[in-house]
Design a protein around this ligand. Structure first.
Ligand SMILES: Nc1nc2c(ncn2[C@@H]2O[C@H](COP(=O)(O)OP(=O)(O)OP(=O)(O)O)[C@@H](O)[C@H]2O)c(=O)[nH]1
Ligand SMILES: [Mg+2]
Ligand SMILES: [Zn+2]
Length: 316
């Protein structure tokens, strides 16, 4: 992959260290539920999730074999990742994260939490408050958000009148990725459409876009994984307890005799969807060493300094 789609010297080095010319990298551009869409030097490719033994997310760089591009062999170490409140990685390898909230639906507590998560992600958070055109006086609201997010740039914008939009262009840099995060209806897609200079590219059926100037944006609906009936901030203690009762230590909870989980699901003690979510988190956790790269540590350290600087400013 050339210096496009966010591929940079860091990824090139990691790739070259472990893979020869029989392999090629690709970037996950969409998670379609049962399959992934990814882009390689050869174009867009769809891969069935049932063939994938890893849990890459949108933005991840993955390794394919040139002669079998329907299999994901590995996920490259990430330079950043954003986790939902219940610990699930939603998006990877972005430089900036836009936390989008409409002024008509302002939730300062939620922004505060997202900003904290973002500082942890390894990327720099920016808060974008959309729909200024629907608010008579939004200055107090903006001030409130600034207090809740010390050290973070907060931009009120309108995708209709274009008010404030020019401030956002400075983040669109060649080969840099911006993750755009927010709930349904906050105005993420509309914003992305406006950021795409010529405006004639409609945002649909992908979550990662290459803009004409070479920058990339990822459209992430924060709640899309949270549609089932489990509680947010669920700690899964009950499932942990049940898992410990399986006969075998290495039980995969699929077919083993004496599996306490299968029994609990059959008896209705635990919800199957919730258990699947639990498994997914466990899997992500076992892959977490992927994140422990010097780059990621460096980003986190820088963020801690920026964060503390912001705090200090607030105290003056
Ligand atoms: N008045 C006004 N309406 C806006 C603005 N931005 C977005 N909208 C409208 O808000 C609605 C939701 O916008 P979307 O861009 O689809 O929101 P989204 O965040 O992409 O939502 P999902 O794709 O469901 O996650 C649409 O009807 C937009 O036209 C804005 O700045 N001003
Ligand atoms: Mg959208
Ligand atoms: Zn079991």
């Amino acid at each position: 992959m050339k210096s496009q789609f966010g591929w940079n010297g860091f990824f090139e080095k990691t790739f070259k260290n472990s893979y020869n010319d029989d392999f090629l990298p690709g970037r996950i551009i969409t998670d379609m539920g049962n399959s992934y869409k990814l882009i390689t030097q050869n174009g867009v490719n769809t891969i069935d999730k049932s063939t994938v033994n890893l849990t890459p997310v949108v933005g991840d760089f993955v390794i394919l074999k040139k002669n079998n591009q329907k299999l994901i062999l590995n996920v490259l170490p990430r330079i950043s990742n954003y986790k939902s409140v219940d610990g699930e990685v939603l998006v990877a390898n972005f430089d900036t994260i836009f936390i989008v909230n409409a002024l008509t639906n302002l939730d300062v507590k939620k922004i505060e939490k997202s900003v904290l998560q973002a500082w942890e992600s390894g990327a720099v958070p920016v808060v974008v408050l959309t729909k200024t055109d629907l608010c008579d006086d939004f200055h107090n609201k903006v001030a409130e958000v600034k207090l809740a997010a010390p050290g973070v740039d907060v931009f009120p914008v309108s995708s209709i009148t274009m008010e404030g939009m020019s401030e956002l262009y400075k983040y669109l840099k060649e080969n840099k990725t911006i993750a755009i995060l927010g709930s349904t209806g906050e105005g993420k897609s509309t914003l992305i459409n406006k950021l795409i200079e010529n405006g004639n590219m409609t945002v649909h059926d992908s979550e990662l876009y290459l803009l004409p100037n070479g920058s990339l944006v990822i459209d992430i609906d924060e709640e899309r994984e949270n549609v089932t009936n489990y509680q947010k901030n669920d700690t899964y203690n009950d499932i942990d307890d049940i898992v410990h009762k399986c006969r075998f230590n290495n039980c995969s909870h699929t077919k083993e005799p004496g599996c306490a989980v299968i029994k609990a699901i059959e008896e209705g003690t635990i919800d199957e969807l919730r258990f699947n979510k639990y498994l997914k988190l466990q899997k992500q956790e076992s892959e977490i060493s992927l994140d422990e790269t010097s780059h990621f540590d460096y980003n986190k350290k820088r963020n801690k300094e920026l964060y503390n600087k912001g705090r200090k400013k607030e105290q003056w």
